[in-house]
Design a protein around this ligand. Structure first.
Ligand SMILES: *[C@@H]1O[C@H](CO)[C@@H](O)[C@H](O)[C@H]1NC(C)=O
Ligand SMILES: *[C@@H]1O[C@H](CO)[C@@H](O)[C@H](O)[C@H]1NC(C)=O
Ligand SMILES: *[C@@H]1O[C@H](CO)[C@@H](O)[C@H](O)[C@H]1NC(C)=O
Ligand SMILES: *[C@@H]1O[C@H](CO)[C@@H](O)[C@H](O)[C@H]1NC(C)=O
Length: 329
């Protein structure tokens, strides 16, 4: 489930505090912090094994395996010339190689952390990605990286070990650099939203499972499930305030339902209209950049297994031209 507003605000207050403390620290304290975090960095040793942390790390590894396979397939399927013929720059191709190396490193890092905690790491699955050109690949890369960011952010408040939280934040920041490179390469504004979007594990799994064909039976079962799919029934990007329609992988409800849109830290339910097996609502003005939509049975803004009927669908919303206040110069 997507953390509620209350928990997001609490989470922000905590992270802000952690960010601010080092700023007022004396240089010696700063150095001590640096040294201790360097010592912590690798390998991560789990003092007290907590099942929720193991589930989250295994889930993170599941996603990193998927990304690792996705980027490696692309570098194996398409040459540098294929990318430059599709109008991507040589610099971008170089960045793709670094991204692929990062994903491979995330996989081995998490495997090491899990092994150190006495847990057998999940193995890679077999995947099917609906892309046949460099352009389609980079477009999907931007989306998959965005989903990965949402996964780490949504899991952050559930992590009990602060050490693991640092690891999650560290990987998240690098995934955001990856997404920025891919969004930039396909002409999307990387920083379309001042906030990244936290998303619950079941919602993330609903998206990731669409690319997973089968997994080794020896993989530890994870306590996550996929919701029935919801898909945007029109081209992207979409604009704020326009009506959008979705198709659902199942019978639409006959009682009043809601499209609950999620973008950055905004969770915005809008009464849905059902017609011709499509469900429609207007895109709220709060949406910007890679956003998500759920069909929900209520408008509580509290997304849970109990009220999510279908979703999430992914929608890319064109950001407004930025305005800002320079009067404090
Ligand atoms: C790579 O090519 C294989 C074989 O055609 C295809 O199944 C796979 O989806 C492609 N993957 C990517 C990321 O392009
Ligand atoms: C690459 O850019 C050129 C020049 O703008 C254009 O003619 C061509 O169609 C583009 N190729 C692709 C694959 O987008
Ligand atoms: C959407 O509507 C809001 C509120 O009326 C407005 O502030 C915003 O500029 C609109 N967005 C677009 C893209 O027209
Ligand atoms: C959200 O819904 C869940 C499940 O119904 C409930 O346990 C939780 O307290 C709710 N949270 C808020 C902030 O209302």
């Amino acid at each position: 489930m997507v953390p509620s507003f209350v928990s997001i605000t609490a989470f922000l207050a905590i992270s802000l505090e952690t960010v601010l403390i080092p700023v007022v620290m004396k240089p010696a304290a700063y150095a001590a912090l640096f040294v201790s975090s360097t010592v912590l960095a690798f390998p991560v040793q789990l003092q007290k094994r907590d099942d929720i942390d193991v589930d989250i790390l295994q889930f993170a590894l599941t996603l990193e395996h998927l990304e690792n396979a996705f980027f490696k397939q692309a570098l194996s399927n398409y040459t540098q010339d294929d990318f430059t013929n599709a109008n991507f720059t040589e610099d971008f191709y170089t960045q793709l190689k670094y991204i692929t190396h990062d994903e491979e490193t995330h996989v081995s890092f998490l495997e090491t952390a899990l092994t150190a905690a006495g847990v057998t790491p999940v193995e890679a699955c077999s995947y099917s990605f609906p892309v046949t050109t460099p352009q389609e690949f980079v477009q999907l890369a931007a989306i998959i990286d965005g989903v990965g960011i949402s996964a780490y952010l949504g899991a952050a408040p559930l992590v009990t070990s602060k050490q693991y939280l640092t690891v999650a934040g560290s990987i998240l920041a690098t995934e955001a650099l990856h997404q920025a490179a891919s969004r930039n390469a396909v002409g999307e504004i990387p920083m379309a939203n001042p906030f990244a979007t936290p998303m619950g594990a079941n919602a993330v799994y609903s998206l990731a499972s669409q690319f997973i064909v089968s997994c080794p039976s020896s993989n530890m079962a994870l306590p996550f499930r996929a919701y029935p799919a919801l898909e945007l029934a029109q081209g992207m990007p979409v604009a704020q305030n326009i009506s959008v329609s979705f198709s659902a992988a199942g019978q639409l409800p006959s009682s009043q339902s809601y499209i609950t849109f999620v973008s950055g830290l905004d969770v915005v339910p809008v009464a849905a209209t059902v017609s011709d097996n499509l469900v429609s609502a207007d895109v709220p003005a709060q949406l910007s950049g890679q956003s998500y939509a759920f069909l929900t049975s209520d408008n509580s803004q509290n997304l849970t297994d109990a009220n999510i009927l279908f979703g999430p669908a992914i929608l890319e919303v064109t950001p407004l031209s930025p305005t800002f206040n320079t009067s404090l110069l």
